[in-house]
Design a protein around this ligand. Structure first.
Ligand code: NDP
Length: 427
């Protein structure tokens, strides 16, 4: 029976998730899109309802919209209680995660998001804040699915799939995130500029089970990870590799800290090292360095003409809205995971990845591929929950659930994956 979902947020990713829900009206019967700016919710609704695939199959998703400041727990709780959804999807910003989790607990409804909590005053994210809700969700008989985008999200489903089907133990994992798209601007970010810049300007780090066995190539600091293992920290962008990506070509990629490393360090059997690399063009890096050097990426308030402003928030106002990049962006993304480990005592290499075309995404739902590759998995995660496949109570990351139905849905919902047992590895 079709279910009811309340979606919070109305940016690039939320627009794709809503569109993909409306392509599955048998699962998503009613959708409330609620965000800080109601006009953006209305624009998403109008766009979906004008698409040729909407109403093409008889049943349609009933879409309504509302204004909400999700930091206001009481107001969000009241809205959830009134709409009575089967699931609340938080596709606003990571700053809202805890407030929305509180509202879900108060209203007795399950929760899903696409990025883990980050306090606004500190450019730092880890699972500890949300893992602290485990017992409360369990006791309430509710499910919270964390980080259900592509990375985090699909990268963890890929990991669970590799572990289930091809390995007894996985020793190393490299996650490679390549955006070979070009939007034609000298500098723009493909998702929320503030979150994006905070992520790439932070120190790099990778996860190891034992820092004594690691041979770091740059100056590092070892820090105990929150739950298990160690972080090897590097200066921002200190580790660079070149990789030849299927259907994209050769790109420079840099080691970044990334949230799924922490949960995968806890959940992959035998894992010794996990790294995350993302591609960046020279123009992006040069602009970023310059913005950093002049203080435009600062997250602390400064005085300007008698007013307090936060430079990175001001910068966000100047940069193109990621949701507007769709018509301009050409090229493909290629995101995947390279595993090395053992099966029946024999070494195995395995690479699983998705290639996604910016222009094809635009033609289908009016977005570029970064929003698409995040919004589609968010919809699939919701589908898994609503169909009773991903329903473990408590607070969980995507590798903790059965990967098979999610992998099938990736193929049927627009993000088909490829695999190779003989990949070029990253040194
Ligand atoms: P956008 O900045 O485009 O959109 C964010 C939306 O959240 C806006 O509609 C904004 O409202 C709304 N919002 C912000 N604050 C509040 C609030 N207090 N109450 C209600 N709504 C609010 O972001 P994206 O769509 O690019 O990204 C959405 C999420 O997806 C982010 O958390 C991002 O980190 C995550 N993400 C995850 C990825 C993954 O692979 N896992 C990859 C890319 C993104 P307003 O319009 O008023 O500003």
């Amino acid at each position: 029976m079709a279910k009811r979902v309340m979606l919070i947020g109305a940016g690039g990713v939320a627009g794709v998730a809503a569109a993909k829900m409306a392509q599955n009206p048998d699962v998503f019967g009613e959708l409330l899109i609620a965000s800080r700016t109601k006009a953006r919710c209305d624009a998403i609704k109008a766009d979906i309802e004008s698409r040729p695939w909407f109403a093409g199959k008889g049943a349609t998703t009933k879409i309504t919209t509302a204004q909400i400041d999700a930091m206001d727990v009481a107001a969000t709780t009241a809205m959830i209680k009134e709409f009575r959804p089967d699931l609340v999807m938080n596709i606003a910003l990571p700053y809202q995660d805890l407030a929305i989790m509180d509202a879900c607990l108060a209203a007795g409804v399950s929760y899903l998001d696409t990025a883990n909590y980050e306090p606004p005053e500190e450019a730092h994210f880890e699972y500890s804040w949300q893992w602290a809700y485990r017992e409360r969700f369990e006791k309430a008989g509710l499910t919270a699915i964390l980080g259900c985008g592509f990375d985090p999200g699909v990268t963890q489903v890929f990991s669970a799939y590799a572990q289930k089907h091809y390995f007894d133990t996985i020793e190393t994992l490299d996650i490679l995130d390549c955006n070979g798209g070009d939007h034609g601007y000298p500098f723009a970010t493909n998702f929320n500029p503030e979150i994006n810049i905070r992520e790439v300007a932070a120190k790099g780090s990778y996860w190891v089970d034992d820092p004594k066995d690691d041979k770091p190539e740059v100056a590092v600091e070892n820090k105990k990870a929150f739950d298990k293992g160690w972080w090897v920290e590097t200066a921002p962008m200190a580790i660079k590799r070149v990789y030849n990506f299927d259907q994209v070509g050769e790109k420079d990629m840099y080691l970044l800290h990334h949230e799924e490393l922490e949960s995968l360090g806890c959940n992959l059997k035998g894992i010794k090292r996990i790294r995350f690399f993302m591609t960046f063009g020279q123009s992006y890096l040069t602009h970023l360095k310059c913005l950093e050097n002049v203080g435009m990426t600062r997250i602390d308030p400064i005085d300007f003409k008698g007013q307090k402003i936060i430079p990175i928030e001001f910068l966000k106002a100047l940069l193109p809205d990621p949701a507007s990049l769709g018509p301009r962006t050409k090229g493909k993304t290629n995101i995947g995971c390279i595993f090395h480990g053992l099966k029946d005592g024999k070494p195995v290499d395995y690479y699983v990845y998705n290639v996604c075309d910016h222009q094809e995404c635009y033609a289908e739902v009016g977005s570029q591929a970064i929003s698409y590759t995040t919004g589609v998995p968010a919809m699939i995660g919701a589908k898994m929950f609503l169909e009773g496949r991903w329903t473990a109570k408590g607070v969980h990351t995507c590798e903790e659930f059965d990967p098979d139905p999610f992998m099938d849905a990736l193929n049927s919902q627009g993000l088909p994956w490829k695999e190779s047992f003989n990949p070029v590895k990253v040194d």
